[in-house]
Design a protein around this ligand. Structure first.
Ligand code: ATP
Length: 223
């Protein structure tokens, strides 16, 4: 049995904030591996300017390349249909996950223990997730603190408030707060800076920045 972290996201693009929380999860909960899973078409962002999955896979691959315990995992778009839901992803991972691991290494038996790595803002949306009653009890939820990026933005609900809502829905959850200082970085901030021709050196690993520059990503509104 292995202890496996699921780290889903849009990763549009991946940044140091993502790496920071994945590292914290790996070490604080003694995970064997963290699977990075870029969403094919995030349900809440359909129709918005999300970079093609091929680019986001390449960006994540570059971001995690130096880390042995991180693996890129991609769900086949044909099976994902036009939407990707967490519950479908977890089913796929539970039943046939090895085929999604980019390095093709066998990583364990069928009864692995699953941990879902998530930022506080995304965790606050959990009480609205599709089929959450099935999904939530199958994982331990590792919640990373996150501050709103602008003073004008409404702060996300605290984990305690989110858990209260889940309990009012009759859902119990195993969870743990990750112990880390939040990094105030977001993908939207990076896209905005690239569009404004501002440097992003301190926000993403060099290999990610180089790919963004090489392919001229995020330079125009239609990507
Ligand atoms: P965007 O700005 O486009 O909304 P994002 O920076 O939130 O993107 P995502 O790929 O949507 O990045 O995030 C994937 C997961 O990582 C989510 O659970 C999100 O809450 C978490 N996350 C992203 N950045 C941080 C951060 N700086 N601190 C804590 N959690 C983060």
């Amino acid at each position: 049995m292995q202890r496996l972290g699921i780290f889903g996201g849009t990763f549009n693009p991946p940044h140091w904030g993502h790496l920071h929380i994945a590292e914290a999860a790996l070490h604080q909960v003694q995970l064997d591996q963290v699977l990075w899973i870029p969403a094919v078409v995030p349900p809440h962002r359909k129709g918005q300017d999300v970079l093609a999955i091929a680019h986001r896979l390449e960006l994540v691959k570059r971001a995690i390349a130096p880390h042995q315990s991180f693996a890129l995992c991609c769900v086949d778009p044909k099976t994902a249909g036009d939407r990707s839901y967490a519950i479908d992803l977890l089913h796929q991972l539970e039943t046939q996950y090895t085929q999604y691991i980019s390095n093709n290494h066998e990583i364990g038996s069928a009864d692995n223990q699953w941990f879902w790595i998530i930022g506080q803002d995304a965790f606050a949306t959990l009480p609205r997730w599709y089929r959450r009653r099935d999904l939530i009890p199958r994982c331990t939820w590792l919640v990373a603190p996150r501050r709103p990026l602008s003073p004008a933005a409404t702060p996300a609900a605290t984990p305690a408030a989110t858990i209260q809502i889940l309990q009012s829905q009759g859902i119990d959850i195993r969870w743990q707060q990750l112990d880390l200082s939040p990094l105030d970085i977001s993908s939207s901030q990076i896209r905005q800076r690239v569009g404004d021709r501002l440097p992003i050196d301190t926000l993403v690993p060099d290999a990610v920045r180089e790919y963004i520059e090489e392919k001229r990503l995020y330079q125009c509104p239609n990507l």
